[in-house]
Design a binder for this molecule. Structure first.
Ligand code: NAD
Length: 266
């Protein structure tokens, strides 16, 4: 049976790839392709806009009334909040990939997950989820003599900084090593008194050209450096993860799930 899917942020970089790959897989019925109401492509064929060939779905500014199983949202924080409300109202599953959420918005996800199945992940790729887990383990194995710095690199169009994935890396390291999160984070450094604080986790955001996403965690001490790193070559890595999550999530009981649950990798 095909999964009835609503895509939010449908004309965005991620939304287009989700539409294209969902169509290509033959496993989804696209119920609606939702965009911001003032987007110039509203009313156009969503399939053509996504370079996936013609479809009978038009980009729309409204959440659909028609029945759906799951929504995938890669948009922006305010829109993600509206998507949560839509999913709650329709009692359908939600895969949320939008980053840059405030504490209040993250709290809303938790509250919603008591009523509907929600998967929230700052990164939907298999490799990055392995790195999330590895980062905490490496930090505990190396111990407090190793300074930890996270460098994330993304394309020039990315709005939020640092990336949600850099924050997840830091959060996992904090959990594994008993550091305070986000209290232990230093965001970049500048000035005459910018000496590294013992135990701090530095996060640095690089924005250049069309970099899809590179995350490196550097563990440095006197005499050696260990670096673990992940490079995404294409957004399809995230889009495939989101579609896999959507298939997995439908029919699950209300709870907040992670990619770890979907991938069964840990
Ligand atoms: P993008 O700017 O290309 O796309 C976002 C789309 O959302 C735009 O087309 C925009 O018009 C649309 N939008 C804005 N307001 C809306 C509204 N009210 N209703 C519906 N749509 C609305 O950005 P992108 O590169 O596709 O990334 C989108 C989000 O996904 C970002 O937060 C990004 O950090 C995140 N992201 C997450 C992952 C992951 O694996 N979790 C991977 C890549 C990107």
């Amino acid at each position: 049976m095909k999964t009835k899917l609503v895509v939010v942020g449908a004309a965005g970089r991620m939304g287009k790839r989700i539409l294209a790959l969902a169509t290509e897989s033959g496993q989804f019925n696209i119920v609606a392709a939702v965009e911001r109401p003032d987007h110039p492509d509203i009313g156009k064929d969503a399939g053509l806009a996504a370079a996936a060939g013609p479809s009978n779905i038009k980009l729309t500014g409204d959440y659909p009334d028609a029945a759906a199983d799951v929504a995938i949202d890669f948009s922006q924080p305010e829109a993600a909040v509206a998507t949560i409300d839509y999913c709650l109202q329709k009692k359908i599953a939600l895969v949320l990939g939008t980053t840059g959420l405030s504490d209040q918005q993250r709290e809303k996800i938790k509250t919603a997950s008591r009523k509907i199945p929600v998967l929230y992940a700052t990164n939907m790729s298999v490799g990055m989820n392995v790195l999330f887990n590895l980062a905490g383990k490496v930090a505990s194995m190396l111990g407090e003599e190793y300074d930890i710095e996270i460098i994330e690199q993304h394309h020039r169009f990315k709005k939020d900084a640092p990336s949600g994935s850099a924050l997840t890396l830091a959060e996992n390291i904090c959990k594994a090593t008993g550091r305070d999160f986000p209290g232990s984070i230093t965001y970049g450094r500048s000035g005459k008194e910018a000496l590294r604080q013992q135990g701090a986790i530095g996060i640095h955001a690089v924005r250049a050209g069309d970099i899809t996403g590179i995350h490196s965690v550097i563990f440095g001490t006197l005499g050696e450096t260990v670096t673990i790193s992940h490079t995404a070559h294409t957004r399809d890595t995230f889009a495939r993860g989101a579609l896999r999550a959507a298939k997995w999530l439908v029919g699950k009981k209300p709870a907040l799930y992670s990619m770890t649950d979907v991938l069964g990798i840990l």
